[in-house]
Design a protein around this ligand. Sequence first.
Ligand code: ADP
Ligand code: UDP
Length: 252
Amino acid sequence: MKNRKKLYEGKAKILYKGPEANTLIQYFKDDATAFNNKKKAQIPGKGVLNNFISELIMTRLKDINIPTHFIKRINMREQLIKKLEIIPIEVVVRNIATGSLVKRLGIKDGKILSRPIIEFYLKDDKLNDPLVSEEHILVFDWASHHELEEIISLSSRINDFLTGYFFSLNIRLIDFKLEFGRFWKNDETSVILADEISPDNCRLWDLKTNKKLDKDRFRQDLGDVDKAYKEVAYRLGVLSENEFKKVIKNDL
Ligand code: ADP
Ligand code: UDP
């Protein structure tokens, strides 16, 4: 890792140059941030858990023919991924009203939506990731009409699949954020799922108790953030408690 060229350091991950021109290495940090970087902390082991959780979810999505950037997990904190041109839109899919939707529109927290809602936010920390419409995306050329259709179709399929997948683990998928990118091949581009899918960017509630098993525990100072992420990892069957303990002991 030492001699690798760092291309970008974000709030939760670092991107390094990959072994081939069209690849990158994605490193998962333990840093947690919220409220556009105003609140910061380290959650020991979070990066390892998110690496494993995201690997599993991306692999399952590939099994149902969703194109993803994930190639393989390299080690406890790193993945080899396809290098994409990121479409500067954060796609949020919601099944249950909470978070910014509740604050913005005064909807009752926890209301089950009559159908999933797909929202778009401009990926721009300086502007606080503002909510934008499809019209904005098209007029300002953030994505083409065809790309937008593809993004909506993929997001909807991902939501249907993940809702059922988490339900089988007694977890309710409340909402989540996706990022997509363009992959160039022979002068043509296709839209591919990027970034990560983990408790950092999904809201996951225990089906029976409504206990929050995601980053809201950090945002809202609910405590036991690491325990919640571990719980998700165990339920998904990606890392046993013993394996995780061993990793963390050698890792820190
Ligand atoms: P942020 O940039 O919001 O602080 P992260 O710390 O998660 O977020 O950094 C990861 C960055 O890598 C994000 O900006 C994301 O858009 C970008 N990214 C994710 N997947 C890819 C990919 N396959 N190719 C290029 N960039 C990617
Ligand atoms: N989300 C995210 N990154 C962001 C904003 C939101 O991953 O920059 C996720 C968040 O974890 C939640 C969903 O998107 O699962 C919807 O978040 P919301 O708009 O309610 O925002 P928040 O309440 O986090 O401000």
